[in-house]
Unconditional design. Structure first.
Length: 370
């Protein structure tokens, strides 16, 4: 993927949350010179961008944690415009557009690669680690690889996130309020979001809560899933649903140290979303809900296709077609999927006038994105 991206652009923006594996991936690449921008000597060498770029002319380089530089976008812009022979991977824990440090978003000059927590097919590389372990411990490699639940490390991660990402990129005040909000979002992951509900417990204004949510989205700690609608009076048209980035942190903030059977369905929904985010490309992920409380977990939409409805069920025996039927009364055309953990071979089943495809998560992503 990296070498394919370099065929089109000389700059790659490699993004993902802290400890998702960006540095490990970079250090595993061969014949590439690595620069850790957290080190003072590296930052000093990069004070003169052109002098530095002349020294690495024709090389492949990695600029890890590039947001630690004073003006990172200037360096990348000069490299893209004047030193196209240099292939650059720059890593960071946010979108380029998010931080005031990046005065230029490098539109048209960079390729984007985003690392998500562990995807389903990657579990096959780890013996003895099943999906329920992935759900409880999460998909960040250092957490996933633990034998016992690393409860204190989740809090250490949140502290590091505040100190190294939020303070460095956004310079927010009120650590208590922001961390409290982050923990509440993770604990209530998958619910519809109303900013005013968070203002009192976090001791800030509704406007500040809205800004906090934007920061969580920009740093990939929250996925904001907006409603799909044609603005019909019976549909929810504005309230988003907010999902935490990782099931391990969701479980931690809910106080779960063991999983019960009833926990698996909601966590499976998060696993499905992680796969969709990891592979979605240019498609949009929404949800759908009407005012009679019919709801579809995810709607995949693209300008050239009819809306694809996706329902997430831990077990195929738990599916009931009421919500899909309600959705298809508004949008009659498009495929309907029920993605389950217990379906090995995809099959179709009719429920009145609608046809539903029961499928595994692996088969779903292959069909949607291959």
């Amino acid at each position: 993927k990296i070498h394919d991206a370099w065929e089109k652009r000389s700059i790659i923006w490699l993004s993902g949350v802290r400890r998702v594996g960006k540095t490990f991936l970079c250090k595993s690449l061969q014949n590439i010179e690595y620069f850790d921008c957290e080190l003072p000597r590296v930052r000093q060498a990069l004070v003169d961008p052109e002098g530095f770029l002349r020294r690495v002319q024709g090389k492949q380089i990695i600029l890890d944690e590039i947001h630690r530089l004073e003006n990172p976008s200037e360096l990348l812009k000069i490299a893209a415009d004047h030193y196209p022979g240099i292939k650059v991977i720059a890593t960071g824990s946010s979108t380029l557009e998010a931080s005031k440090k990046f005065r230029d978003s490098l539109t048209g000059r960079k390729a984007n690669i985003h690392l998500t927590p562990l995807l389903l097919h990657e579990l096959k590389d780890f013996e003895g680690m099943d999906l329920e372990h992935r759900m409880l411990f999460g998909g960040l490699p250092p957490f996933f690889l633990e034998d016992t639940l690393p409860e204190s490390e989740y809090q250490e991660w949140l502290s590091s996130y505040w100190a190294k990402d939020i303070q460095e990129l956004f310079r927010l005040e009120k650590r208590f309020s922001f961390i409290k909000f982050t923990e509440l979002v993770l604990a209530q992951s998958g619910a519809m979001f109303e900013a005013s509900r968070f203002a009192a417990p976090c001791e800030v204004s509704r406007t500040t809560i809205t800004n906090y949510l934007s920061v969580l989205e920009s740093t990939y700690v929250a996925h904001i899933i907006r409603p799909f609608s044609s603005y019909a009076p019976t549909e929810i048209v504005s309230a988003p649903k907010v999902y935490g980035f990782d099931t391990g942190f969701v479980c931690h903030c809910r106080g779960w140290i063991n999983l019960k059977r009833e926990d698996l369905g909601p966590l499976w929904e998060h696993i499905v979303l992680n796969e969709l985010v990891g592979k979605k490309g240019t498609v949009t992920i929404n949800y759908w809900r009407d005012k009679q409380d019919h709801e579809i977990d995810f709607i995949i939409s693209h300008r050239k296709t009819e809306p694809i409805a996706i329902e997430c069920k831990w077990s195929s025996t738990h599916f009931e077609p009421r919500n899909l039927k309600a959705f298809r009364r508004h949008y009659p055309n498009g495929k309907n999927y029920v993605v389950t953990n217990d379906t090995d071979i995809s099959y179709e089943k009719k429920f009145g006038e609608i046809t539903v495809i029961f499928t595994s998560l692996e088969s779903l992503t292959e069909e949607l994105f291959s």
